[in-house]
Design a protein around this ligand. Structure first.
Ligand code: BTN
Length: 251
C-alpha cells in the first residue's frame, strides 16, 4: 500500500513494509546489523506490538491508521556533541510535512514532538550509533498520527481530527520522505537550522508552566543550546535543562 516516493533521491527508495512488527526502530537496527542497507532505507509497518517512545515509554496506536516508520541515515559529518542538529532537522521536516495537510499553526515542542496547536500529532525517537568519533548511523523513528480518531492520551491529535477527513497514508508518507531528504541535504551542507527551529518552538518567549523534580514553576523559554538543552528564564535566573530534567505541565 505504500509506494516508493517518486521525488526523492534516496529516502524511501528502499522500502521494507511489514504488516506487523515489535518496533520499527528495533527491526531496522537488527536488519542494519545483518546486512549493508542503503542509506534512506525505511521500515514501515501497520502495527507495532512493542512500539517505543521517549523516556522509556511505550508508543501505542491503532493498527493501520497512522504512519509508523523508521528511517536509516548515516550522518558521518556530525560528531556526537552535534546530535541536536539531527533533532532539529527531523522536527522541522515533520513540521513542514504536517503543514501540507492542515492550516492550523504547527509547533515543535522541545525537543522534537510536533504539535498542531497545543496537541501532539507526531512523536520521534532518534537512536544514534557511533563510528569512530562521528555519528555512524541514525535510526529516525517517526509515529505520525494520521487517521486515528480516539487516543488515550488527552493531548494527542491526528490529521483527520483536525481536518475532518481521511488522509491517504501513502501520500503523507511520500511528503514526509521528501521533507526529510530536503532538510537532510541542508543539514549536510552545513545549514544552521536553529533559527527556523526557534520560530517553530512551542512557547518560545512565552511564560509556561514547567516541572523539574518536585518543583513546579513558571518560566519563559529563551533559547536552546547547541547541545540541545532548553534555556528558560525563571525570574532573574537563566537555567539550562536537559531532556530528562524538565517537563512541560499540561502538555
Ligand atoms: C515519543 O513521542 O515518545 C516518541 C515516539 C516514537 C514512536 C515511533 S513509531 C516508529 C518508531 N518505532 C518505535 O518503536 N518508536 C518510533
Amino acid at each position: 500500500m505504500y509506494k516508493i516516493p517518486a521525488r526523492t533521491l534516496f529516502v524511501g527508495k528502499s522500502l521494507i513494509y511489514v504488516p506487523e512488527c515489535h518496533s520499527t526502530n528495533t527491526l531496522l537496527a537488527e536488519l542494519s546489523g545483518q546486512q549493508n542497507l542503503a542509506e534512506g532505507t525505511v521500515v514501515i509497518t501497520g502495527f507495532q506490538s512493542a512500539g517505543r517512545g521517549q523516556r522509556g515509554t511505550q508508543w501505542q496506536v491503532e493498527p493501520g491508521q497512522n504512519i509508523t516508520a523508521s528511517f536509516l541515515f548515516r550522518p558521518h559529518f556530525l560528531e556526537p556533541h552535534q546530535q541536536f542538529a539531527l533533532t532539529q532537522w527531523v522536527a522541522l521536516a515533520i513540521a513542514e510535512t504536517v503543514k501540507q495537510f492542515v492550516t492550523e499553526p504547527i509547533w515543535v515542542k522541545w525537543p522534537n514532538d510536533v504539535l498542531i496547536g497545543s496537541r501532539k500529532v507526531c512523536g520521534v525517537l532518534i537512536e544514534n550509533t557511533l563510528s569512530g568519533k562521528m555519528i555512524g548511523q541514525s535510526i529516525v523513528g517517526i509515529g505520525l498520527n494520521v487517521n486515528q480518531l480516539r487516543f488515550e492520551f488527552p493531548m494527542a491529535t491526528s490529521l483527520r481530527i483536525v481536518t475532518g477527513r481521511l488522509h491517504n497514508l501513502s501520500l503523507v508518507f511520500e511528503t514526509l520522505c521528501e521533507h526529510l531528504e530536503q532538510f537532510f541535504f541542508e543539514l549536510r551542507a552545513g545549514k544552521i537550522l536553529k533559527e527556523s527551529y526557534l520560530k517553530h518552538l512551542y512557547g518560545w518567549r512565552e511564560k509556561l508552566l514547567f516541572s523539574a523534580g518536585e518543583n513546579d514553576f513558571e518560566a519563559v523559554i529563551e533559547d536552546v543550546t547547541a547541545e540541545g538543552k532548553l534555556l528558560v528564564r525563571k525570574g532573574a535566573d537563566l537555567c539550562a535543562f536537559g531532556f530528562k530534567e524538565i517537563r512541560f505541565r499540561g502538555l
